[in-house]
Design a protein around this ligand. Structure first.
Ligand SMILES: Cc1cc2nc3c(=O)[nH]c(=O)nc-3n(C[C@H](O)[C@H](O)[C@H](O)COP(=O)(O)OP(=O)(O)OC[C@H]3O[C@@H](n4cnc5c(N)ncnc54)[C@H](O)[C@@H]3O)c2cc1C
Length: 435
């Protein structure tokens, strides 16, 4: 019998499995994909890593915790003497992060304590933005720029690779190409029906405890054991586009313009459909590849199994290109439509929760009884990566029944991401913007 099973080997499952293995627990992680990860919310090489927030902001906290946890992972891997040298720079690319707000959000922006955190955050109005940041922003908007070590982007693909290395080195097991078909509980024991996708053989694995971190598929995995999750998590389709300025045109840009482009990314606009863009591949002097999308451009999904192969709608791609061209205009870089090339695009998924907040919580079973031996870690939509190791560590604490640091921020975190039923059915949290 397995002690702890982790279902799903994306950022959340891998973070939880690593924390459990590092704490000496016997852990087995099951992932339906092969070792090369290419069909989950954690797919890709760039995510915005940022910690802008008011005092005691829980989302800044999870980012900061994740930075600390990744430093521990790196140090462990180096101490273990793996054949390669590991570094924080393999995961993080530090650069300024720019946020565009509407002036109506000024009350929220004021909470960022610019005076006290002058070194880390600064802001500009339409009048001062070009002078301060080299960006001409539209009327009625405010640009906020964050400059902190490890704010910029993080590489999920590399982080997954290092987490899996760490899990195995600590004695944890990872079973790739193993798909969970059914999760039920008989008495005190979970019975998990697993299909080996390579051999097409099915087996039933028993476990005392489970962590479900199946991303958008969490609802399906829990359909028998905790069917109420179908009301909590809704998978949403999002489109990503990889763009670049055509090489010829890029070569004509002045060095200051190239620098302004690099300095302006990642960008996260808090206006409308929330356009974001970040450099995903820096071309060593050549035109960088920029990953872009609309954080709120989300659509419902008919079939979650095939969504990865859906062609993005032309109008979505057009919208992204248009926003990117607008961004270049704000940098006073004027290029024609044909000077922006689309290198790639694909459809991806968010696991959106009703509260728009992540869920890291024990689960109520189908009879409405809270089960301390079952934990869900999911629903991070577009903000999970930057805090993944804090969520994973919390999931590990919950399943082990231990608390690492019960300080004020820890309690705040357990409350914010905690028991969704209590949150949903007793005190409905105010829907709001997440920073
Ligand atoms: C387009 C996009 C942009 C984003 N941008 C940012 C950003 O800028 N900053 C940021 O912080 N976050 C960002 N995020 C969010 C972040 O990437 C996600 O929150 C995070 O990767 C989610 O990880 P996960 O482990 O919950 O899900 P996943 O990575 O989807 O992992 C779930 C895993 O479970 C496996 N699985 C599912 N069902 C089964 C089954 N039955 N049996 C076995 N295995 C199963 C899947 O194959 C998958 O590998 C973005 C996400 C997307 C999609």
């Amino acid at each position: 019998m397995e002690n702890i099973l982790v279902i799903g080997g994306g950022l959340m499952g891998s973070a939880a499995a690593w924390k459990l293995a590092a704490r000496g627990a016997s852990v087995k992680m099951l992932e339906q994909q092969a070792e090369h990860y290419d069909r989950g919310s954690s797919y890709g090489t760039a995510r915005i890593s940022r910690s802008l927030g008011p005092k005691k902001d829980v989302f800044s906290h999870v980012h900061n915790q994740t930075v600390k946890e990744i430093a521990k992972l790196i140090s462990y891997l180096n101490d273990e003497g793996t054949s390669e040298e590991h570094s924080m720079d393999d995961i993080y690319s530090t650069s300024p992060v720019s946020y565009l707000f509407h002036k109506d959000d000024y009350a929220e922006i004021k909470k960022f304590r610019f005076k006290k955190q002058r070194k880390d955050f600064s802001k500009a109005s339409q009048h001062s933005s070009f002078r301060k940041f080299g960006i001409s922003i539209p009327k009625d908007t405010i640009l906020v720029r964050e400059r902190r070590k490890y704010s910029g982007t993080l590489n999920p693909q590399e982080l997954l690779r290092k987490l899996h290395l760490g899990i195995r080195k600590k004695g944890g097991q990872i079973m790739y190409q193993h798909q969970i078909q059914r999760l039920v509980k008989e008495g005190d024991i979970f019975e998990v029906t697993v299909l080996d996708l390579a051999t097409q053989k099915t087996q039933v694995i028993q476990a005392k405890k489970v962590i479900v971190a199946a991303g958008a598929y969490t609802v399906g995995v829990l359909q028998e054991y905790a069917p109420y999750f179908k009301r909590l998590i809704t998978p949403k389709k999002v489109v990503l586009s990889y763009l670049k300025i055509a090489d010829e045109r890029y070569a004509q840009l002045l060095e200051v313009e190239k620098k302004a482009l690099r300095e302006s990314l990642p960008l996260f606009s808090q206006i409308g459909k929330e356009f974001y863009a970040m450099i995903t591949r820096d071309g060593d002097g050549a035109s960088p590849i920029i990953k872009a999308g609309g954080h709120q451009r989300r659509r419902n999904i008919h079939d979650l199994r095939t969504v990865w192969y859906d062609d993005p709608q032309r109008k979505e791609l057009k919208w992204i290109k248009k926003q990117f061209r607008k961004h270049l205009k704000m940098l006073e870089i004027h290029v024609s439509k044909k000077d922006i090339e689309e290198v790639d695009n694909y459809t991806c998924v968010y696991a959106e929760t009703r509260t728009k907040r992540p869920i890291v919580s024990q689960i109520f079973n189908q009879y409405g009884v809270l089960d301390p031996h079952a934990v869900v870690c999911g629903g991070m939509s577009g903000i999970g990566a930057k805090g993944c190791l804090a969520y994973g560590a919390l999931a590990a604490d919950l399943i082990l029944g231990t608390v690492q640091k019960p300080n004020k921020m820890y309690r705040k975190m357990t409350k914010a991401f905690g028991n969704p039923s209590v949150n949903l059915y007793t005190k409905r949290p105010k829907p709001g913007r997440l920073f």
